[in-house]
Design a binder for this molecule. Structure first.
Ligand code: ZN
Length: 475
């Protein structure tokens, strides 16, 4: 038996060394991890199947009040968020206070959509001024509640089919963006969004962003340079209060475009990169994978990126979505985005099915941007306990935790994703720290920035562990 136990210990040591090879844990972290596992097991045991099968707002209110794990995760340092889309990071409370009843906000009751108009005369048919409509209403609380429902995906909408949930989702993004992308609102909207992440313990963001959507009073669009200038100024304002915080953009095009449109868009993105080299870090093509073209169909446009880079004199790496799909026979995007040289993979959840790629992704250290709540709300993972994140982590694939479209899912920041995936797939403190480490290591920060960020985070993790041990519920 002694020999057996020795072999067992050796194997365990090998596994741990392979998994955490670049990070270490102090004695206080080992202690915090032990306690974190205890409370995780205890809290997890109290949850019904329905908890794991459907993230709901009702549950959320309950665990925000009761869960020690949730409270702890709110305080946990989060490092970088590598996968969010700016247009779907709306803070709903802020929207209701600042924009919903703004004099230029109009609403179409039939389609439940918002739109900015310069004046009542210019408003499209069926769009009514929302502030005036509220004044006429006899029950203003009820009126507010109905408007809030249009801003993010509702529980009853989540029961809709897999195909429809994306339609509902995209309709809401477009509706909200047609208010927030007005040039008078956009800087405040973006500032609020960045501040929400900072409040949640995030120090760096690499956000998917559109080009050419911010508009003037008359509906005409700002130039790309004017847009970038506006975003740079918001960042400077945020940095005045949070000097350590950084933001970079991954420019996102749409798969529904034809090849010429994609090429023109890549040219615009490369020009923007040339003019704003520190602000822009990557290029992506987005929209529902199974409803639009496969990456293979747009490869002829994407391989021209290299030529264009040489011509314009600037590089812009691919950071592509792939593997956010249930169609593993017809969707081979993961294969194509690897050949295209993607630096990270947006989602990659069905890599569990394309497992022949795991070794390559592991060896080339291509980080997966995992978005747990998004995967469940958009119906890729029916039960969070079955999310493959832990398989990836234990196999040595690099993974970070992200919130994708938090505004559309009814929350701010990224704590919800850390909590839901920790309790769902039993990620302990060490696993979470590993994901935070990856978020810095596989970001586009410079080597020097990464070193400084990690030094600071190490200090914060030690403080968090001390707090966790002292606050640990003994009963
Ligand atoms: Zn995404």
């Amino acid at each position: 038996m002694e020999d057996y136990l020795k072999k067992r210990e050796e194997l365990e040591r090998e596994i741990i060394a392979a998994k955490y090879n670049k990070i270490t844990f102090s004695p206080i972290e080992e202690e915090a991890n032990k306690l974190y596992r205890q409370v995780l097991i205890k809290e997890r045991a109290t949850k019904e199947d329905s908890f794991f099968q459907g993230y709901t707002l009702k549950q959320r209110e309950q665990f925000e009040k009761e869960s020690f794990i949730f409270k702890s995760i709110l305080k946990l340092p989060k490092g970088a968020v590598l996968h969010i889309h700016i247009d779907s990071c709306m803070d709903i409370d802020w929207f209701m206070e600042e924009l919903a009843y703004h004099e230029n906000t109009y609403f179409n009751q039939e389609t439940s959509t918002f739109k900015y108009f310069q004046s009542a005369e210019k408003a499209q048919i069926r769009f009514k001024n929302l502030g005036l409509e509220k004044e006429k209403s006899s029950n203003k609380t009820q009126f507010d509640a109905e408007i809030r429902k249009c801003l993010f995906i509702q529980e009853e909408e989540r029961l809709d089919s897999k195909e429809n949930i994306w339609n509902i989702f995209e309709k809401k993004i477009t509706s909200v963006a047609s208010i927030t992308y007005f040039k008078g609102h956009f800087p405040r909207f973006l500032k609020r969004c960045l501040e929400n992440f900072i409040k949640d313990g995030v120090i760096h963001i690499e956000a998917r962003a559109d080009l050419g959507l911010i508009f003037n009073e008359d509906g005409s669009f700002l130039s790309i340079n004017e847009e970038m200038e506006m975003i740079s100024n918001v960042l400077k304002e945020v940095q005045a209060d949070n000097p350590y915080f950084t933001l970079q953009l991954i420019i996102q095009g749409l798969k529904m475009w034809d090849l010429n449109q994609i090429e023109q868009f890549m040219r615009d993105a490369l020009t923007a990169k040339k003019n704003y080299p520190d602000l822009i870090c990557g290029f992506d093509m987005v929209q529902e994978e199974d409803a639009f073209k496969n990456i293979l169909e747009i490869v002829p446009a994407l391989i021209k990126m290299k030529e264009m880079q040489a011509e314009i004199g600037v590089e812009l790496p691919f950071v592509l979505h792939g593997g956010e799909s249930l169609h593993t026979l017809t969707n081979t995007n993961l294969l194509d985005i690897l050949i295209l040289g993607t630096k990270r993979i947006g989602h990659g959840i069905n890599l569990a099915q394309h497992s022949y790629l795991l070794e390559k992704i592991k060896n080339e250290e291509i980080c997966l941007e995992i978005c747990p709540v998004s995967n469940q709300i958009l119906k890729y993972i029916d039960d969070i306990r079955l999310h493959p994140i832990k398989t990836f982590i234990n196999y040595g694939v690099k993974v970070s935790i992200n919130s994708d479209d938090p505004g559309l899912f009814g929350y701010n920041g990224v704590s919800m994703d850390f909590f839901f995936v920790s309790i769902g797939t039993q990620l302990d403190y060490k696993d979470l720290k590993l994901c935070v480490y990856n978020s810095i290591q596989y970001s586009f920060l410079s080597v020097q920035q990464k070193r400084i960020a990690w030094q600071e985070l190490e200090k914060k993790f030690q403080i968090w562990c001390k707090w966790f041990i002292e606050s640990f519920p003994c009963s």
